[in-house]
Ligand binder design. Structure first.
Ligand code: SF4
Length: 893
């Protein structure tokens, strides 16, 4: 057991989003783990969001993959690794190096990434290694490289505090990067009424919770942001707020960029974006008048067939005004994943080498080959994620190793990915979970370390490197991802190059490579402070922002005084034309995204009952006019279909949606829903430069999903859902909750319930309680064994009207004997129904909040004082504000 494990409280880093919050994890004697925010970590200063707060709920070993498996049977590490080495070697020998691939993840640590890249690019001889970060921020990487010559994030989080104007575009920061958002709101509140107020502008087709908190919301049509920022560039030129001295000294391409936006007067922009002319004017005037402005962008910009152009149009605006690299100024890409940045740094994308070196540059290749002692360094870029799986599908790639990601759920055209893996001759999957949609297709499944067991580093969106430290022992035979790769490399004859004493030795080697890269010319990514870093220093490493040179201070901003990483050290403004907008009255533009309390494909957050309570089903959000036109009301089920796939989703009707647009979250999988994999609907179309998929603009049709019976169930065992055309399963504290619908009414409701609960109907001692009304089609059926409720199911012809949170509360309470109340499905007098969870951190339901409002608490702070809601991470405060608005709005008569 290492030093970290002997300590009761271990400082580590949250494994979810790119904010990269510091966490203090405590392992208690009873095996439970509690977490709190690290007050000393500069990214969060002690704050955590609901997901970070619930990390302790996610570290159990239920469902973990704990030993290697070959063809579904347990195997030793030596058997599994030797098989991988021989199959990869044989495939390369027969079909060449480009017939094999690695597909990795922003979840793995920088040291894992580094070793994976080194093996495949340097020793196997192909650059066919790509990462799910391709789906997240590849367009930002490409935009940075076009403008700056390298993938450099110029600013720091402090700029959000120092700015007078923060523009959020394509970013639901409130839900996707909550700690950063709360920091922004706190700054705005602190400066309200002062001489320097902070103004928040949100550009998003949806009125998200982020948009609701904005001073100005521009609800643009999807994919019209290039026109909006192009018009802004034109306006800034006309208002004469360019920084001519900065441009003359440090920027090229201004004239071409300006002529490309010449047609974009305000009226044209308003027509293109669908935003009121006066609102466009207001935004442009505000931006022109506010020197300290930061533009934050995220997946809404990146996940587009024009993502790189969008990024460059944003950067153009900042370059022309010289608002870059100075306190409170700059374009700022916020990454989705915890280590997307680390992957970018060590060449996790198929078109890059480690240390920001270029695969297409012979001098760069020579440095890498020499440092690694690489016998056959790849000489050309490999296949990007979507192309890579196309190559699996058409047989060009015959062996693939997938690490820490679930492409059968997360890639666009996900059904095609599933078919590709099913047909691939050799699939290896390293994962923490025994059963994911992707592990199902593994010939070899390797048990990986989960958060809490891993040791290494991650880099957040502001270039800050932090340690993830182990505070739990490795369970079963689980081993680090870097170790798995290194062992295969050794079995392929490369023992010397992969003989690492630990993750510190990998960082030391990577740091040496950044030093060698400096011999080629000025570099941004300087980690020479970590050359030969000993284990003890690595263990104690505090969060540090790069550059981290061997001498001189680390961190800071880039480009205030130019110094770009192009041959002439000037930045490039890129001439960007707005693409023609499409409209089609028969289909909807599907925007995919995230919900507040889930992370990616829910393999971790789905383990937490608290996090599953906020939104328990996959859903499609529609504007009320569209819902009416389609004959849909809230809680109906809808079939959503594209040219690529289909999903069945619960209908949410919200005027925050633009007419003609639909929104669906991407978290649900084949394990958690019958047809909830919304990426099956998404087009595999990608940006031509970055290869990033256009995940926010699939064309879909929406129609009612006809069901004969709707149901809600609570079960102790995982419910048996086979054959149900619609279901969504989630965790409660002591079992599972299930929403479902079926095409036919069960002929024998008790037999149906027994199958759902996973029990034998005739089990001795099993006591069945039934309330069945054949005329209305309503039924409630419960099974008890030795006084404990094994399961309860509610059936109806319409969506079941049961107070979910109340039922879950009774079901989870071991002392509860209120079967009658549970069968009734709603609270009687003397019972408390918390209602749908609003505050996940403190478990506060909507009924407690509306009760507080009714009692006269008409502010978010007041509701917080009365109920606790919103007083921890703050992510639910916008929702509380909306409940207050709804309750206090004048009622029409
Ligand atoms: Fe984790 Fe939340 Fe911080 Fe993101 S904002 S790193 S999810 S605690």
């Amino acid at each position: 057991m290492n030093q970290a494990l002997r300590d009761a409280r271990v400082k580590t880093t949250c494994p979810y989003c790119g904010v990269g919050c510091g966490v203090v994890a405590t392992r208690h004697a009873n095996g439970e783990v509690s977490v709190e925010g690290d007050p000393d970590h500069p990214a969060n200063l002690g704050r955590l969001c609901s997901k970070g707060t619930a990390l302790g709920d996610t570290v159990g070993l239920d469902g973990r993959l704990l030993e290697p498996h070959v063809d579904g049977a347990p195997a030793t590490w030596d058997e599994a690794l030797s098989l991988i080495a021989s199959r990869f070697a044989q495939t390369v020998a027969e079909h060449g190096p480009d017939s094999v691939a690695l597909y990795v993840s922003g979840q793995i640590l920088t040291e894992d990434y580094y070793v994976a890249n080194k093996w495949l690019k340097g020793f196997v001889g192909t650059a066919n290694i790509d990462t799910n970060s391709r789906l997240c921020m590849a367009s930002s990487v490409a935009g940075h490289k076009r403008a700056f010559g390298t993938d450099t994030v110029p600013g720091t989080y402090d700029d959000l505090d120092l700015a007078d104007l923060v523009v959020l575009t394509g970013s639901n920061l409130a839900w996707c990067h909550p700690v950063l958002f709360q920091r922004l709101l706190a700054t705005r509140q602190a400066r309200a009424g002062t001489e320097r107020p902070l103004t928040l502008v949100v550009i998003d087709p949806r009125r998200t919770v982020t948009a609701e908190a904005a001073d100005i919301h521009l609800p643009i049509r999807a994919e019209t942001d290039i026109a909006l920022f192009g018009g802004l560039l034109k306006h800034l030129a006309e208002a004469d707020v360019f920084d001519h001295a900065y441009v003359a000294a440090h920027v090229s391409g201004l004239e071409d960029a300006l002529s490309a936006v010449a047609p974009l007067d305000v009226d044209t922009v308003a027509t293109t974006t669908g935003v009121d002319t006066a609102l466009v004017h207001r935004f442009y005037r505000l931006f022109a008048a506010t020197q300290k402005s930061v533009t934050v962008y995220s997946q809404g910009v990146n996940q587009s067939a024009h993502g790189v152009d969008k990024v460059n149009q944003i950067i153009n605006v900042h370059l022309a005004t010289g608002r870059i690299g100075r306190p409170g100024m700059g374009p700022f890409s916020i990454t989705g994943q915890p280590n997307a940045m680390g992957g970018r740094e060590v060449g996790g994308l198929a078109n890059q080498l480690a240390a920001h070196l270029e695969i297409t540059n012979p001098a760069h290749r020579a440095v890498v080959a020499q440092q690694w002692g690489a016998p056959r360094l790849a000489e050309k870029p490999g296949l990007k994620a979507v192309d890579l799986f196309d190559a699996v599908a058409d047989g060009r790639i015959k062996a693939i190793w997938i690490m820490a990601t679930n492409p059968v759920v997360s890639l666009p055209d996900a059904d095609q990915v599933k078919a590709a893996l099913a047909a691939c001759p050799f699939v290896v999957v390293s994962d923490v979970e025994a059963a994911t949609d992707t592990v199902r297709y593994a010939h070899v499944a390797l048990p990986a370390l989960a958060w809490g067991e891993k040791d290494g580093t991650v880099t957040n969106s502001e270039r800050r490197i932090s340690r993830q430290r182990a505070f739990l022992p490795a369970p079963g035979a689980a081993r680090a991802d870097w170790w798995q790769i290194a062992e295969v490399a050794k079995r392929m004859g490369h023992g010397k190059a992969f003989d690492y004493a630990g993750p510190h030795a990998i960082l030391a080697e990577y740091a040496r490579l950044t030093g060698a890269a400096a011999a080629l010319g000025p570099i941004d990514l300087d980690l020479t402070d970590f050359i030969d870093i000993p284990r003890e220093r690595y263990d104690r490493l505090e969060p540090v922002q790069w550059p981290a040179p061997a001498s001189g201070p680390s961190g800071g901003r880039f480009f205030a005084n130019g110094g770009f990483f192009t041959p002439d050290r000037k930045a490039r403004m890129v001439a960007v034309s707005a693409p023609a907008s499409r409209s089609d009255a028969t289909t909807f533009t599907l925007n995919t995204g995230r919900v507040r309390d889930q992370w990616h494909t829910m393999t971790r957050t789905g383990r937490s009952a608290k996090l599953s309570a906020h939104m328990a089903e996959p859903f499609v959000e529609l504007h009320p006019d569209d819902a009416t036109r389609l004959g849909l009301t809230a809680a109906d089920l809808a079939e959503v279909e594209s040219a690529h796939g289909r999903a069945v989703l619960r209908v949410v009707v919200q005027d925050r949606q633009r007419p003609g647009a639909a929104f669906a979250p991407m978290h649900w999988t084949g394990e958690t829903a019958a047809a909830g994999r919304v990426n099956a609907l998404v087009t595999p179309k990608t940006d031509p430069i970055s290869g990033q998929p256009a995940s926010k603009s699939a064309r879909v049709t929406v129609r009612r999903f006809e069901a004969a019976v709707h149901g809600f169930a609570l079960t102790r065992r995982r419910p048996v859902t086979q054959g149900l055309p619609y279901f969504a399963v989630g965790k409660t504290d002591t079992g599972y909750r299930l929403e479902f619908a079926d095409a036919a009414t069960p002929t024998d409701p008790v037999a149906f319930a027994a199958r759902l609960f996973g029990v034998d109907q005739a089990t001795v001692g099993l006591d069945w309680v039934t309330l069945i009304d054949a005329r209305s089609g309503r039924a409630r059926i419960a099974a008890r064994l030795n006084g404990r409720i094994e399961g309860i199911v509610y059936l109806d012809r319409a969506p079941v009207a049961v107070a979910r949170a109340f039922a879950v509360q009774l079901f989870d309470d071991p002392a509860s004997s209120k079967l009658d109340a549970l069968l009734a499905g709603r609270a009687g007098s003397g019972d408390h129904d918390p209602g749908r969870t609003v505050c996940a951190c403190l478990g506060v339901g909507v009924n407690a909040i509306t009760g507080a409002i009714t009692r006269g608490h008409a502010t978010v702070a007041g509701v917080g004082a009365a109920t606790g809601a919103g007083t921890h991470c703050g992510s639910c405060r916008s929702e509380i504000a909306r409940l207050i608005d709804d309750a206090t709005a004048p009622q029409s008569v």
